[in-house]
Design a protein around this ligand. Structure first.
Ligand SMILES: [Mg+2]
Length: 120
């Protein structure tokens, strides 16, 4: 069965780009979220196999959303999507239970490598 992924990013073009890479490679999109509050809601609604989580988002950032999701589901698989210069936030995310991180701008190989490592 295809693994289901929740895509969280406030930029529609980033969501589209991730969605495109994943659907072309046999993954299914569980839902999309444009801020951290929605990310937590959609996670609870859809219980995806994996979350791709942007760090900088309005309402609630990706780190807070990661912490909330991990609080309610310790087994959640979350990959952080960071921009250059966010090393401190990446470290905080990993310490808070993120599986991995990828740095924007993305390349398809790096996205797939991280996704495969996390959920196969
Ligand atoms: Mg963002």
């Amino acid at each position: 069965m295809a693994k289901r992924v929740l895509i969280c990013d406030d930029a529609a073009f980033m969501r589209m780009m991730i969605k495109d890479i994943l659907t072309k490679n046999g993954y299914e999109i569980a839902a999309e979220a444009e801020n951290g509050v929605k990310a937590v809601e959609k996670y609870n609604e859809t219980k995806p196999d994996l979350v791709m989580m942007d760090i900088t988002m309005p309402e609630m950032d990706g780190i807070q959303a990661l912490k909330k999701i991990k609080e309610s589901d310790a087994s959640a698989n979350i990959i952080m999507c960071s921009a250059m210069g966010q090393q401190a936030m990446v470290i905080e995310s990993i310490q808070s239970g993120a599986r991995d991180f990828i740095v924007k701008p993305f390349n398809q190989d790096r996205v797939l490598e991280a996704v495969k490592k996390a959920v196969g």
